[in-house]
Design a protein around this ligand. Sequence first.
Ligand code: ZN
Length: 280
Amino acid sequence: MPELPEVQATVDYLRERVEGATIIHGHVAWARTVSPTDPTTFVQELSGATISSLFRRGKYVGMRLQSSKPLYLFTHLRMSGSLDVIPTEFEVARHDRVCLDLDSGKSIRFNDTRKFGRMTLCEDPADVVGHLGLEPLDSACTPDALTRVLSTKRGKIKPVLLDQTVIAGLGNIYVDEVLWKIKVHPLMPAASLTPEHIQKLHTAIRETLLEAIEKLGCDFGDGVVDGGMYKPRVYGREEKKCSRCRDTIVRIVVNQRGTHICPSCQPKPRVRRSSLRHKR
Ligand SMILES: [Zn+2]
């Protein structure tokens, strides 16, 4: 599933190919991919709109459009969605859910095998992305801001970092990578992170995401990001050696999510006395 770096790679790819073009025609092959209107209205609203710019917010691909009124088109790739730009005359592929033909002779194709992806059209971006938390690479995402938001959260650090209303864009892969980097176990209570931990967490999130963006993300072999060259240190590497201490990486389950850790670098948090007493 694409996370911030893979979505950024998609935004950069689109920006080069469609910025400034006008949508002249559209076709929706799977009605549930588009919202909030029916496919006919969706296509009508987009026809004649010029793509002013591309941007990313969390895991959303954002498109700013100029029509008779300003519009935004947000695409969430979810599990298997990908956005491609190809010549309009190319045949529509089996899993192309939405096609947007441009005046440049190219066509944007939203291909999505599993049909979980969504394209949402709105006038106010807050309708779609208003619920998202800190943008990890934004200057507003300081260690202090991270402290404020984490201190209010009950729960273990991994699920809290996956919560898009806390910090937007991180998913299963990059959270595992970040926690390995700072040597924190995914079950550590978020609110118990020390200021030193948070400083390290802040640095590790930035470093990991910037490295992954530079490498065009991670190639999952599902066609979302072809050629992504980021190589995870722990994610998906169970039974392989930790590059830091040579211990064997293990896979555990945290809130139903497959999670990869090095048991030596990331020791299990100690159970507090109070919770022991509570269990008796
Ligand atoms: Zn290790």
